[in-house]
Design a protein around this ligand. Sequence first.
Ligand SMILES: [Zn+2]
Length: 308
Amino acid sequence: MTRIGRRSALKTTASIAAGGLAFGSALSTTAAAAAPGAAGAGTLNVRWIGGGVVEVATPDNKQLAYVDAWVWNNAAYSVLKVDRPAEFASPDAFASYVSARSPDAVLVLLTHDHGDHIGDYFDVLKALSGAGLNVKTSGQSDLLRGGLVQKFKDSGLDPAQIVVNGGAGQNFGGMAQHGAMQTWLVPAVHSNLLGFPSAGFVIQIGGVRVYASGDTDLYGDMRMIADRYHPDVALVCAGGGPYTMGPRDAALACSMTGVTQAVPIHYGHNMQVKGVEAAAEFKQALAELAPNATAQVFNLAESRAITV
Ligand SMILES: [Zn+2]
């Protein structure tokens, strides 16, 4: 009830800001065609692969999304001294693991080109498409259709086929669809090695909206992500260190985006970011800053159902 009340309040505020209730209703109708107009409901299975890399699946495994692709080279297993599961140990093992779930669609989302996100990206795409799976990828349009296009070709991948929207990817506010999944690209205050903008995603999968922050600092327009997309679950970078916001700002990001389930990620995968203490600090800050949200702290490689 608390959640519904808070979201109704948000919608009312948006209507007033748009110039009154009548115009507000018309705006809502238009916006609904382009972006989710209300909170979602459903269950997702979430698995933390390590660092900023996460698997999100519908309970029947028919729709499967990966946020970034650093798997067999993911250093979190050595940093946190956890045995890497066999399915994350090689491209072949990973392809078998995904194939065994018989997904209708697999979507690999690339937030940006830093090594701890793109590290195994081309090999993941090659392995999954080589296994005959219906796999596509999305990311910021000029990064995919410009910066990385030769790397797709060098990997034997046709960018017009493997990249959503006929090779275009998506830009901010733009949409992509693969299978029954939709994504919108949202800003991240971060960068790419190749100079194109870094990004986050809102993913609609199984009736649930997931905000995947990518690497980012905290910024004020995260509140607009709440107003426009009504995300339910955040996968939020929380590791601090030299490059991104830390646990307390990550908790504030969850408050600003209005999510009810909050998963801290992007910690414990190198010596520059915080270790598991990031999750404890995040949980404590979330209780203070976003008391309506539940912290979902994962062990490395753990899978868990999250219901909203
Ligand atoms: Zn980065």
